[in-house]
Design a protein around this ligand. Structure first.
Ligand SMILES: Cc1cc2nc3c(=O)[nH]c(=O)nc-3n(C[C@H](O)[C@H](O)[C@H](O)COP(=O)(O)OP(=O)(O)OC[C@H]3O[C@@H](n4cnc5c(N)ncnc54)[C@H](O)[C@@H]3O)c2cc1C
Ligand code: SF4
Length: 508
């Protein structure tokens, strides 16, 4: 009996039990398809990095003795969709069984199940052996709880997986050190930036262009800086734990023109393609905990992201899809301005973040959340369009993790399922956490004039407009209370300037 096993582009887990036995009756199928790029344009580095890592993975399997059939983007028999390719190659190789690892995308999951159910093949799906929790782990945990809260889930996982626990209590005496993790960064200490590999992917890039895959952003093909395999990913993990992790906690919310990545790990691409596992990442971070627990704030801050947020957003995705994608709690419908794709905008914070994203396919969490996301929500942009922008631009953007972060955390379009309050701020937060405002055309001190900061006007306008909707939310109480300090005439000016900003959004 011959069996076809599908390996998707984000299933590059060399430690999967599939590969422990070499079986000549098993054919592994890998394919480069452009269907994702048809839904929304993708950053050149995302396509390049994914294809490069897939090709390297295929070579690794082949060198171990496995039989791999790899369909390149320009292969004449590439059917350009997952199910069409699977159908075609099942017939071509005359297999009687088809097996696949659970896709992380709801759509691909549906597509493969539909194909399988309509076929007469044996087989079925199996786990990716990557995540700490199953797809439905979060919804089962939340069954008896009325409010979905990341913190409850995170504490549950800390105990369940015995992470940073000592005699049943959290190490360091607290579950959370967020208050210590809010420093701005003025240039010292220096972040380490030596951990990244360099590849010349020029030949692959030419192939992608020839295949007419729609991309945008800087391909950086000749000096490509994202890892292509497990060894490079592990080297980045080690270097991060040896250097930047100790400052991760203090500066995780900081932003600066002087450093694009600061003390962040840049591991999301490796993790999401499964070149490394969350277990490995967590263990490496836990090994870096000093015996006196002096660096607990940094280690816990990092563990919270990988164990808490990453597993949480995945659980939300599987609990709420497919309806989640069309959530639009505020019924916002404004279009994204063209400068989201060019970076040609005078608002310094947006200019820096968008240009960096176009150039490197990366922005760190606070840039995504409190700069671009914050602006998008305050400006009333259509959350579906915002989602497609995020899905296209970031190297690590896969729907299961991008959608809850964008639709839920950043745009509050789910009405508060993922986040307990909208992540909105005025320029005060941006100025405190970054050096962007110093060299901005807009003036924080000016109140309502043409040079006043768009974030300030839009922030107040958002709070005033949605005041009623948030009146029972205790986490919004402080913010809403400040509205009472505004006079009637000030509110009129805010509304007028906000209208003007939205009408002239292309010219900010
Ligand atoms: C609007 C928006 C969109 C986002 N889209 C994506 C996306 O498409 N893919 C993606 O992996 N992350 C996404 N994130 C989460 C987060 O911003 C990125 O994981 C992080 O910036 C990746 O950089 P890093 O590896 O240097 O992370 P670090 O800051 O070093 O964090 C370590 C790891 O923790 C995990 N992590 C941290 N925060 C989150 C989070 N909120 N959700 C899930 N995992 C998290 C990531 O795996 C990350 O690699 C998004 C956040 C926002 C606000
Ligand atoms: S002044 Fe306003 S627009 Fe300019 S960088 Fe600061 S927050 Fe951004």
């Amino acid at each position: 009996m011959k069996e076809l096993r599908l390996i998707l582009g984000d299933q590059l887990n060399l430690n999967h039990s599939w590969y422990q036995v070499i079986d000549p009756s098993v054919i592994y199928l890998m394919m480069e398809v452009a269907s994702e790029a048809e839904r929304s344009p993708q950053h050149a580095q995302k396509i390049l990095g994914t294809f490069a890592a897939m090709r390297a993975f295929s070579e690794s399997l082949t060198s171990l003795g496995h039989r791999v059939h790899y369909v390149t983007i320009s292969a004449p028999d590439n059917q350009q969709s997952f199910s069409s390719n699977v159908s075609y190659f099942c017939q071509k190789f005359a297999v009687s069984s088809f097996v696949w690892q659970e896709p992380d995308s709801w759509y691909v999951d549906q597509e493969l199940k539909k194909f399988f159910n309509s076929s007469s093949l044996d087989g079925g799906d199996t786990t990716t052996e990557h995540f700490l929790e199953p797809r439905d782990g979060l919804s089962l945990f939340m069954k008896s709880r009325s409010i979905w809260k990341m913190e409850n889930w995170y504490r549950h996982l800390r105990v369940k997986h015995n992470v940073l626990m000592e005699e049943g209590k959290p190490i360091g005496g607290a579950w959370n050190f967020d208050k210590e993790n809010r420093k701005s960064w003025r240039g010292d200490p220096s972040p380490d930036s030596t951990s990244r590999p360099t590849h010349d992917h020029s030949a692959l890039w030419s192939e992608i262009i020839k295949a007419k895959v729609i991309t945008f952003g800087n391909p950086d093909a000749a000096a490509f800086q994202w890892p292509s395999n497990r060894d490079e990913s592990l080297a980045m993990l080690k270097r991060f734990c040896d250097t930047n992790l100790q400052f991760f906690g203090d500066y995780q919310d900081a932003m600066s023109e002087k450093s694009q990545t600061l003390f962040h790990s840049l591991l999301s691409f490796s993790l999401n393609l499964k070149m490394i596992s969350p277990h490995e990442v967590l263990n490496a971070a836990l090994d870096a905990l000093e015996p006196d627990h002096n660096n607990i704030a940094s280690v816990e801050g990092f563990v919270r992201q990988v164990l808490g947020w990453r597993e949480y957003v995945r659980g939300i995705y599987w609990a709420k899809m497919p309806d989640y994608l069309s959530s639009n709690a505020f019924a916002f419908s404004n279009k994204l301005p063209a400068w989201f794709w060019t970076g040609e905008v005078d608002m310094k914070c947006m200019n820096v973040t968008i240009n960096q994203s176009l150039d490197t396919a990366y922005a760190h969490h606070i840039q995504r959340l409190m700069i671009v996301g914050n602006f998008s929500l305050l400006a009333g942009l259509d959350p579906r369009d915002v989602h497609l922008w995020y899905l296209g631009i970031y190297i690590d953007a896969l729907e299961w993790v991008e959608v809850p972060n964008t639709i839920g955390m950043s745009q509050y379009a789910d009405g508060g399922i993922l986040a307990t309050k909208p992540y909105v701020s005025s320029s005060a937060y941006i100025n405190r956490m970054s050096d962007y405002c110093k060299s901005c055309k807009y003036q924080r001190k000016e109140k309502h004039g043409a040079q006043s900061c768009p974030f300030d006007t839009l922030y107040w306008d958002f709070l005033i407009t949605h005041r009623k909707a948030f009146k029972n939310n205790p986490r919004m109480a402080m913010m809403l209370k400040n509205i009472d300090r505004k006079t009637e005439s000030e509110m009129v000016k805010i509304a007028a300037r906000a209208r003007d900003l939205r009408d002239n959004i292309e010219n900010l």
